[in-house]
Design a binder for this molecule. Structure first.
Ligand code: THU
Length: 132
């Protein structure tokens, strides 16, 4: 799967973002090792803390469908009508670390299909929490 294609999935998912409070709309597309793709968007809430990020929506959809092995995730986002290349928040990185090999799992932060940065999870979360 081309990175470009995964980014397109993330862009489509962003269309469903529910972000009436921040106006910051995020889309994510998670590629499983078996080739399946799970998408997610951010879902905000009037009480703020129940808000779920786009990345976690994608992960939770995948994990709840039985997926456990992941290759990479593409993330797009920005204020309505804008595109930045958002890097995942600490909570999302910790969720990724729960299910992914940090040395190989790739995080694709995209501004467009052609402008993106790819980082290994280990470089974004070098000292993630673990129970031992
Ligand atoms: N957000 C994400 O969806 N992913 C991130 O990694 C960081 C932030 C969302 C949460 C909230 O709905 C909005 O972006 C502004 O923080």
């Amino acid at each position: 799967m081309e990175k470009k294609e995964l980014i397109r999935y993330a862009m489509n998912a962003r269309e469903y973002a529910y972000a009436p409070y921040s106006g910051f709309q995020v889309g994510a597309a998670l590629l499983c090792k078996n080739g399946k793709i799970y998408t997610g968007c951010n879902i905000e809430n009037a009480a703020f803390t129940p808000t779920n990020c786009g990345e976690r929506t994608a992960f939770f959809k995948a994990v709840s469908e039985g997926e456990r092995e992941f290759e990479c995730i593409a993330i797009v986002g920005g204020k309505e009508g804008e595109m930045t290349a958002p890097s995942p928040c600490g909570v999302c990185l910790q969720v990724m670390a729960e299910f992914c090999d940090a040395g190989t799992f790739e995080v694709i932060m995209a501004k467009s299909e052609d402008e993106y940065t790819v980082k290994k999870l280990s470089s974004l979360l070098p000292y993630g929490f673990s129970l031992g």
